[in-house]
Ligand binder design. Structure first.
Ligand code: NGD
Length: 269
């Protein structure tokens, strides 16, 4: 077991691309002209990374890939960001049916959860044995893909946006961290001007059933977030544990005290 490039990277990416366009989103029915060539997309991705040293990656490495994969996409009133809440946010977004997360876009869906790194002077051109987690010589290498993905996605959001934060973070982590992808690459890149600007940031703060609520709306790091959001000229709203999200959390934590209410209400009907 290693953390090298995922075996079958190419087949997975091309397969996911077909699944995304022809099955999950049935684009051939609704918007045939927006269908992208999956092989071409993979080739553009591959040419950025294969045979290249991982530590030479930078914030422009994947520019062509995102230009192509996200061309023509914008997300009006339902872009959803997350930090420390991956699983529940994606259950809630419903593959883009309810809200649209970065991972619900083709560009990110093709590689979400996969690992890859190039290798110079190698027949495969990818390192299938191990990928460096950090490059001492180049801090940008880590950020090359997901940093640019986050920035590009933030620039496509229009109108009201949503961010799902974790108010039960352990180990002194805060709900809104100033070194997270959300605060470094997404918040600063939201459109502030023009017809297609962002108008309002809706923050949803989740507390895991049976765990301590470390931060609630209007407290600690959530105050910093509010100030920052307002200084960018956006409206701000914050809600602790919206009911529809409590129900999703309780489906995994049925025994928790907070989930008793849901149980009792469901029994009555
Ligand atoms: O220092 C790091 C690091 N810190 C977190 N992560 C890191 N990866 C590194 N190589 N180096 C990974 O980022 C971590 O394993 C998580 O899976 C992921 C997100 O971290 P989290 O939960 O702390 O939240 P962030 O705010 O940093 O990033 C989430 C936002 C969200 O709105 C997405 O649109 O940024 C976008 N995103 C960023 C990174 C990765 C998505 C992904 C993804 N799909 O893998």
């Amino acid at each position: 077991k290693t953390n090298g490039t995922t075996c079958g990277l190419k087949e997975i990416m091309i397969g996911r691309c077909h699944d995304y366009q022809y099955v999950k989103h049935s684009l051939f029915l609704t918007n045939q002209s927006s269908i992208k060539n999956c092989t071409k997309l993979y080739e553009v991705f591959e040419s950025a990374v294969r045979y290249k040293s991982y530590c030479n990656m930078n914030m422009s490495t994947y520019e062509r890939y995102f230009d192509l994969a996200l061309d023509g996409v914008h997300v009006i009133n339902r872009a959803m960001f997350w930090s420390g809440t991956y699983a529940i946010t994606h259950t809630y977004s419903g593959n883009g049916r309810n809200y649209v997360t970065l991972e619900d876009t083709l560009a990110a869906a093709m590689v979400d959860g996969l690992i890859w790194c190039g290798k110079e002077n190698d027949t495969e051109g990818f390192d299938f044995v191990s990928c460096p987690y950090t490059c001492k010589s180049n801090q940008w290498a880590d950020l090359a893909f997901w940093g640019l993905a986050s920035k590009t996605f933030a620039q496509l959001a229009v109108g009201e946006i949503y961010v799902v934060l974790n108010g039960s973070q352990a180990h002194g982590k805060s709900a809104f961290r100033n070194n997270s992808f959300f605060s470094s690459f997404e918040l600063p890149n939201l459109r502030r001007n023009g017809t297609y600007r962002v108008t309002k940031v809706n923050t949803l703060v989740l507390h895991s059933p049976d765990e301590i609520a470390v931060e609630k709306c209007g407290e600690k790091s959530l105050l910093d977030l509010e100030k920052l959001v307002r200084s960018h000229g956006f409206d701000y709203a914050c809600k602790d544990d919206p009911e529809e999200l409590i129900l999703i959390m309780c489906s995994d934590k049925w025994e928790a005290r907070e989930c008793q209410i849901a149980r009792e209400v469901l029994r009555q009907t």
